[in-house]
Ligand binder design. Sequence first.
Ligand code: FES
Length: 565
Amino acid sequence: MTQAPPPKKHGLARNTAGYGDPDFALYLRRSFAKSMGYSQAMLDRPVVGIVDTGSDYNNCHRTLPDLVEATKRGILAAGGLPLAFPTVSLCEPSLFPTSMHYRNLAALDTEAMLFAQPMDAAVLIGGCDKTVPAQLMAAASADIPCIQLVTGPMLATPFQGERLSACTDCRRYWAAYRAGTVSAEKIAGIEERLATTAGTCGVMGTASTMACIAEALGMMPPNTAAIPAVHAERLRAAEEAGRLATQLIAHPIRPSQIITAHAVENALRVLLSLGGSTNALIHLTAIAGRRGIPIDLNRLNHLSDTTPVLVDLKPTGEGYMEDFHAAGGVPALLWELRDLLHTDAIDVTGTTLAERLREPVFVDRRYIRPRAEPVSPVGGLVALFGSLAPRGAILKRSAATPSLFETEARALVFDGLEDLAARIDDPDLDVTDRDILVLKNAGPLSPAGMPEAGYLPIPKKLARAGIKDMVRMSDCRMSGTAFGTIVLHIAPEAAAGGPLALAETGDRIRLSVKDRSLDLLVDEPTLAARRAAWHPPAVPKRGWDRLVAEQVLQADEGCDLAILR
Ligand code: FES
């Protein structure tokens, strides 16, 4: 006679500690939980974990206590037991060398805690750039029912007849300050006004792009990506996330059912039509990679050529995230793109995109354009390939200067961040606005940790002469809030011995957006001699840095750790 399988364990009975006596382990767990004042009736409920990334170091997450409370309310009302727990919190400007260096640590921490602690479902609350990707990577790997909630964008602040928000306006004014057209007093005054409410950067930077991607993937309650952080609606979204997560326990929909090849392609379309952050491509590649779904950069080019940019927000347009939300947000964008999407994809509610897109939704055309009048007829990103980037590089064409798309010029090469800082403003620097600025040794494997340094500053003497853009390229990233003719994510990177490692000042480089190419015009014998003299960077002795140096993948594979895929 076949034996019936043991009943599935729920709530606190899941994953009991390994004492060799599961009944004792559960007895002990319950008695310790009771020390926190829970009744037996509460402890018998299904458990919904809440990932709490509140931190005094993370201004973008300063509403976490309120969001956790609202999420708990939703879980309790739906019959669950909410248990919040902390994980690594990453705030973009607060981390050395970069927050990117720790994204995989946050993903590893979150995945481990989702697995190790007893919970039947989870609400993941993130917001700042790397937190949402880390949480989605963790959810994709842990594969328990999860709902993504974001802290939401900050509000823009009126300032001398315009509006300001982090961080496109930070960069715009800083560039003007460097060029001498903004005074020290004014730049100090602006510092007080750039980020005046709680929430993530208020433009279509990485945090906003990733929030929209999470919704487009189906991992977030519909129409919640862009709700401003300080609106009451944001708290109601948290309550709804708690309720939905509890519902998922009885009718599980796992991340593996949501993050499919079709959903990933839909998310890529949304990324392109947002004119979204280049960083999001790396993060989406990492998230998809956790489900074994590759993102082919040639396919990206095809999608980019057939997806218009429809969203008119900074850094490329004029609006802010609060305008995008009021204009209809992600549902309105999905409606506009409906014939380009795979409508069999489902979201956390179990609804297919086809069902969601049955009825037209409100769209404010000032911020979400109709297909007939796009911001740009083609998508924001293009992948480039060639002898300088055999595995690809990325250009955000929606934020670049079209007259620089076809450039062949002399390279001015900086060996790393220190070299860049030491020389870029040297009045004797041999540079003209027709040169190509190249930064190497700033990729994921480098000690620099792939910083957002791809927005190389225009040399001061050129900035003061009125030069606003030049072709710049590197193996690092760029803030989603930045703009310019900037080639990023060159792979393989210099620290991995890619051709970029061999580039020297005076070499000729050819960029052709038309041909999707990026070439180092140096003959093979010269390159061979340089290759023979090249040495890889020293491997860190211990700890997280060592693990990254041994495991991190290149940009075209999402910079995940090889052991986590
Ligand atoms: Fe956190 Fe911009 S610094 S979202």
